[in-house]
Structure formats: structure tokens, C-alpha cells
Design a protein around this ligand. Structure first.
Ligand SMILES: NC(=O)c1ccc[n+]([C@@H]2O[C@H](COP(=O)([O-])OP(=O)(O)OC[C@H]3O[C@@H](n4cnc5c(N)ncnc54)[C@H](OP(=O)(O)O)[C@@H]3O)[C@@H](O)[C@H]2O)c1
Length: 507
């Protein structure tokens, strides 16, 4: 019999309790393991009663760690403070550990696995990345014969849901976030998801395994999705891209290229079709080629599925006295390529005053730093300019056909010659697609949004009543440091009326 102590009875803990109860006999018959949940700990008793485990419940988690009869501890508390103490203490006490804690593994994974190695114990963490997707096992076992060149993931379901809603429904970021919260896909405090920290923790774990190099969360450059607007997503679509929050890890000759940020991803890329709360991880190995792992990255069922999978494996090793396999977790120290040296194309949206000369002045900044411009678009048709006030929080704009968020449209598109961003080469041409919609034909429709964002979709006015517009540049491949210098110069010129948006393009 394998005696299990569970710490944390929340979403995942509840899922684990249910699977162990429903499938105990299946595991005994099919997997040859008799897994018994003998103790549960959490802060409040209420959940234990709801789950029917009040008889084995305690609020004293340490008592599980001190219990010599417990073979395996499942840590489902989350965070890095108490969880770290629990996992350390469990390993020190000679117990195997299963955790779903990405923050813990991305921050302390190296020392915890080193301790597990010294003690010849298991520390399993499949649920820490991709929920129910078996990506950790794949990287640790099935793909071990490869030199992994790339691991790129959509590893946060909340942000993928928000971006999918913004893209498909044309709703604002705020509206999509409210929908995600109403559906239970986003926390009341969504900061870790929408700011990219959750994806960065997962990338640190994936990259450590994929490239066998020591990477911790703090080393991952991270940007979230909070500043994106439906305009950015519709522009992406018109250019043949979807917008995804990608966790990117590439092996390069200079070291490991690591980053989390919103990305224009070609619609033909397999990750482009991953929508809603689904996650996917795209892995390229020198032998296997391209592979993609797809599934539900969160939720009681998917996460508990991964935790129980780990538990059964650990239980089998104990039951059949199988030696713990060698765990390779970042044994090398490869350099990390600084984000400033990244070369790619960029989409840059500049909120500017709607007046003559701004386009030429900003284009000159690109020329000053040798950043070549592929195209320029301006979204500021004075004929369609309007200010909308007194919108209720549950209101967002729709066009005359009732399509949410389609009200704002291009007034002009300008292209440059392929020469490096010379402002004098800019020439205007009318847009052929997405003909301008008159804002006067705009109606209010039931969906979530805000008056401030609604006006921003159309072009709006600043505090002094000046008209503003979005000036959008798409560059040719450029070095990130040069692009940042352009942005800095434009910022210093005082022309920006709000924060600019920079999105990297993956070609
Ligand atoms: N939710 C998912 O879909 C998902 C997916 C993959 C991985 N994970 C990971 O799984 C872990 C658990 O996530 P969750 O969503 O289940 O979290 P959760 O719903 O917030 O549950 C956490 C549980 O831990 C208890 N707890 C918190 N601090 C504690 C402490 N110091 N000592 C003892 N118990 C404590 C809480 O008790 P009270 O309720 O009494 O406060 C609660 O029962 C996290 O590491 C998370 O990142 C979650």
C-alpha cells in the first residue's frame, strides 16, 4: 500500500481527491498500485468537508511531513513560500513528492531536484506546465534522444482566451477579461496571467528541460497583453497573422533565446489555430522534427490528471522497487541571449496627436537608427471622428451591422520604399480592405467595455480636446536595441499621447 498525504484542497487538490476515490480499484487492478489517501491538510476545514475527507483532515500541514507512515506528499498549495518549506521538509524526511507548482519549480526547481537526487527520491512536476498536456514527461523521457532546438508554447489559457475573444469577437481587452472572469478562466486578480509571469515560469521549466541548462524565472524577459487593443488584433489578421502570448525558447549559436511576449504569429503556424483556454507547446528536435502537444492547460480535471499520473508512476517505483531514473534538470550553464540582440520584424502602434507632420517626424526617428520601415498605417479619419460619452460599463461599440468592435477603420495606409525609413519616401494610398465605417453609424451594443476604450477605438480626443490617432509602423527585420532606441527618441520628442504598443513578428 502507498500512503499519500495531500497538502492543498483547492481546485487541483479537489480534482485529485475525486480521481483517487473514483479510480482506486482501477489503479490497483490495471497499474498494480494500492494508493491510499491517508491525510489531507489545508487552511480551512470547509473544503475537506465538501470533498468528504474531513475524517483525515488537519490544518497542521507539518504533521503530514512528520508522519513516518506517509510515503508520498502531494503539494498543491501554490506560491513559493510555504510550498518550498513543505517540499524541502518532505524530501528531507525521505518522502517522494508530487507538485503542480510552476512558481516553485521555476524558482527553486534546481535546488529541490538536487536534494531529491541526493536523497534518491522522486520529485515529479508534470502538472506544473500545460496542465493535462504531458509535456514534461515528453521532454524528460520520450524526446531525450534529440537535441531540442526550439520550444515555443501557448502556456497560459487565460490570456489565450482573452486574445481569442478580442480577435474573434472584436471586444476590448477589458471586456474579454471580464468574460474570462465570469467563465472562471481568470482569477479575481489576473496579474500573473495577463502580465506574463505565469507563462514565464512555465517557460523557465520547459527551457531548463529542453536545453538542459539552468534557467530560473527571473531570467525570462516578460511582457503581458494588457495594452493590446482590438485594432492591433484586426491589423494582425489583415496582415495574415494571429496574436498570441508566446513563451519562446530557441537554441542559437550565441546561447538560449528566451522570452514571453505577445507575438504576431503567421496564421499558417500550427500554434495559430490554438484558441480559447487551450494550451499547446511546439517542440522542434533534430531527430523528431516538429511536434506539437495540445490540450487543456488548466482546470481541476486536466491538472489532477497530470498529478495522478505522476503519483501512479511514483507508486509503481515504490511498489516494484524500481530505481528512480536519472533526472536531468539544467546541468549545463549555457549563456542566455539578451533580448536587445533579438532580430525580427516589429509592429509598433504610436498613439499620437492627429495633426500634420507627426508621421514625418516619427518616421525620421526610424531613419536615425537605421530601422527600415515596411509599411505605415494611420487610423484617424476625421470624418469618422466622434467622442462617445456616458457609456455604461456593459457597453461596447458595434458597427452598423451590429458587429462588436468593428467600428474603427483605417483612413489611410502609407507604404515606404524598401529604403531605410526615410520619411521623404512615405507615400499615401487608400486602403482597399475594411472600408471606413462612419462612427455616426456606430451603435451601442450589449457587451463589456468602457467609454474610454470605446472612444480609443475610433480616434479620440485628449484632455485638452485635441484629436488623437494611432500611427502604426511595421518594420523590416531590425535589432531590438535599435527599435528601442527609435521608441526612446519618439518618446523623448513628446509626441506620444499614450503608451505605445510594440509587438514582435514571428516570420
Ligand atoms: N488551477 C489550475 O488549473 C492549475 C493547473 C496547473 C497547476 N496548478 C498549480 O496547482 C497548485 C494549486 O493550484 P489551485 O488552483 O488548486 O489553487 P487553490 O485553488 O488556490 O488551492 C490552494 C489550496 O491550498 C491551501 N493552502 C494555501 N496555503 C496553504 C498553506 N500555507 N498551508 C496549507 N494549505 C494551504 C488553500 O487553502 P484555503 O482554501 O483554506 O485557503 C487551498 O485549499 C498551484 O501551484 C498552481 O499553480 C493549478
Amino acid at each position: 500500500m502507498i500512503r499519500v498525504g495531500l497538502i492543498g484542497l483547492g481546485t487541483v487538490g479537489g480534482g485529485v481527491v475525486r480521481i483517487l476515490r473514483e479510480h482506486h480499484d482501477d489503479f490497483l487492478r490495471d497499474q498494480g498500485v494500492d494508493i491510499r489517501l491517508v491525510a489531507c491538510a489545508s487552511r480551512s476545514r470547509q473544503k475537506a468537508e465538501a470533498l468528504g475527507v474531513a475524517d483525515i483532515f488537519t490544518t497542521n500541514a507539518t504533521s503530514l511531513l512528520d508522519d513516518p507512515d506517509i510515503d508520498v506528499i502531494i503539494e498543491l498549495v501554490g506560491g513559493t513560500d510555504h510550498a518550498r518549506d513543505y517540499v524541502f521538509a518532505a524530501l528531507e524526511a525521505g518522502k517522494r513528492v508530487v507538485t503542480a507548482n510552476k512558481a516553485l519549480m521555476a524558482t527553486y526547481g534546481h535546488e529541490l531536484l538536487a536534494l531529491a537526487g541526493t536523497k534518491r527520491l522522486e520529485l515529479a512536476f508534470e502538472a506544473a506546465v500545460g496542465g493535462g498536456i504531458p509535456i514534461i514527461g515528453a521532454l524528460r523521457n520520450s524526446l531525450i534522444g534529440n537535441r531540442i532546438d526550439s520550444v515555443i508554447g501557448i502556456v497560459n489559457g487565460t490570456t489565450n482566451y482573452i486574445l481569442s475573444e478580442m480577435s474573434q469577437g472584436g471586444v476590448t481587452y477589458a471586456a474579454a477579461l471580464c468574460q474570462a472572469q465570469a467563465q472562471g478562466y481568470a482569477e479575481a486578480d489576473p496579474t500573473a496571467d495577463v502580465g506574463g509571469a505565469d507563462a514565464a515560469a512555465k517557460l523557465a521549466i520547459l527551457a531548463t528541460l529542453a536545453f538542459n541548462t539552468e534557467i530560473v524565472l527571473a531570467q525570462v524577459p516578460t511582457e503581458g497583453i494588457t495594452s493590446l487593443t482590438p485594432l492591433d488584433l484586426s491589423n494582425a489578421a489583415e496582415m495574415g497573422y494571429s496574436v498570441k502570448l508566446l513563451a519562446v525558447g530557441n537554441r542559437t549559436s550565441a546561447g538560449i533565446d528566451l522570452r514571453v511576449h505577445p507575438t504576431f504569429l503567421p496564421q499558417t503556424h500550427p500554434l495559430s489555430s490554438v484558441n480559447g483556454v487551450y494550451n499547446a507547446i511546439f517542440v522542434v528536435g533534430d531527430a523528431v522534427g516538429q511536434t506539437m502537444f495540445y490540450g487543456q492547460g488548466a482546470g481541476a480535471g486536466p491538472a489532477a490528471s497530470a498529478v495522478v499520473g505522476d503519483l501512479i508512476e511514483v507508486a509503481q517505483r515504490i511498489t516494484y522497487d524500481i530505481t528512480r531514473p536519472y533526472i536531468r534538470f539544467g546541468t549545463e550553464q549555457l549563456p542566455i541571449v539578451p533580448l536587445s540582440s533579438l532580430m525580427c520584424r516589429y509592429y509598433l502602434r504610436l498613439p499620437v496627436p492627429d495633426r500634420a507632420g507627426v508621421l514625418a517626424a516619427t518616421a525620421q526617428s526610424f531613419a536615425n537608427h537605421d530601422v527600415s520601415i515596411d509599411r505605415v498605417m494611420q487610423f484617424d479619419n476625421p470624418d469618422t471622428f466622434t467622442t462617445i460619452s456616458n457609456l455604461q460599463p456593459e457597453t461596447v461599440l458595434a458597427d452598423k451591422d451590429g458587429q462588436p468592435g468593428a467600428a474603427r477603420r483605417h483612413s489611410q495606409e502609407a507604404t515606404t520604399s524598401s529604403a531605410t525609413g526615410d520619411a521623404n519616401t512615405v507615400s499615401s494610398q487608400p486602403m482597399t480592405e475594411g472600408a471606413p465605417e462612419s462612427a455616426r453609424e456606430t451603435t451601442a451594443l450589449s457587451a463589456t467595455g468602457s467609454a474610454r476604450e470605446a472612444t480609443a477605438l475610433l480616434g479620440s480626443e485628449d484632455a485638452r480636446g485635441h484629436r488623437t490617432a494611432n500611427l502604426i509602423y511595421v518594420t523590416h527585420p531590425a535589432r531590438e536595441s535599435d527599435l528601442k532606441a527609435v521608441l526612446e527618441e519618439i518618446r523623448d520628442s513628446g509626441v506620444l499621447v499614450a503608451e505605445p504598443v510594440l509587438i514582435r513578428i514571428m516570420d
